[in-house]
Design a protein around this ligand. Structure first.
Ligand SMILES: [Zn+2]
Ligand SMILES: [Zn+2]
Length: 253
């Protein structure tokens, strides 16, 4: 299974696109998990030499930095299947209706909305996918995806919680949001960023360690975050390989 980080930044990051993941595996269809915040989805895919042609996309929650990419996706890819919490799918539908006006109805004819729930297992594009309700400012699901005996766990946005540790249990790769280091130079910035309901790097590392994850990547960085500090904090607490990937990094599990 190949996992690409199309975007790794928080909404106001200067150089990173916002969160989007592309998963590819033999015998399965290309799958998006979150879609960046808009047309940056096309540019990150193009930089990887890939067209915008993914027919399946999971949306973890309704925040714009995760679902904005449905706008280019819905025009370019038909039919399109979207999966996520009910309120998230409603938000995606409204975005398409409100912004595309009269053509929205043609686009929506080709778009299917599939509500999912925690506790059930789904076949999405040839992957086995489970969802875990986590703690963020709106209804948000972490994603656990299994294919060919390998497990990929992804936390889009959540404060540390038991369900997130359960999602990452024994994962071959855990990509976890981490907004900054706990010990950034300016403590006022850390206090401010904590209000956004994300872990800091040390907290993400502790969860990965408790979950028995084999590898950890920290994503969803704020513009003020210091990747080197985040890496050092995580390495001190997580005993497996850990990194702070940039956009368009590729993991193979
Ligand atoms: Zn969010
Ligand atoms: Zn976010």
């Amino acid at each position: 299974m190949k996992i690409y980080t199309l975007g790794t930044g928080a909404p106001l990051a200067y150089t990173r696109a916002t969160m989007g993941i592309l998963v590819e595996a033999e015998g399965a269809q290309p799958l998006l998990i979150d879609t960046c915040s808009g047309n940056e989805l096309i540019r990150r895919l193009h930089a990887l030499g890939k067209p915008l042609h993914q027919h399946h996309a999971i949306l973890t929650h309704r925040h714009g930095d995760h679902i904005g990419g449905v706008l280019p996706l819905a025009i370019a890819v038909q039919p399109l299947h979207l999966y996520g919490p009910t309120d998230t799918l409603d938000a995606a539908r409204q975005l398409i209706e409100l912004t595309y006006g009269e053509i929205a109805y043609r686009v929506l004819d080709q778009t299917s909305f599939h509500p999912v729930a925690p506790g059930a297992s789904y076949d999405i594009g040839g992957y086995q996918v489970e969802f875990f309700e986590v703690q963020h400012r709106v209804t948000t699901y972490a994603v656990r995806l299994t294919h060919g005996g390998k497990i990929f766990a992804y936390s889009a946005d959540s404060v540390p919680c038991e369900n997130l540790i359960a999602c990452a249990r024994d994962a071959d790769l855990f990509l976890c949001d981490a907004i900054c280091a706990a010990q950034e130079e300016d403590p006022a910035i850390v206090a401010d960023l904590r209000k956004l309901a994300h872990p800091t790097a040390d907290e993400a590392a502790v969860m990965a360690q408790q979950a028995g994850a084999k590898q950890l990547g920290l994503v969803h960085l704020a513009r003020y975050a210091t990747p080197a500090k985040m890496l050092a904090e995580a390495q001190a607490l997580f005993h497996g390989p850990v990194d702070v990937p940039d956009d368009n990094a590729c993991y193979v599990v």
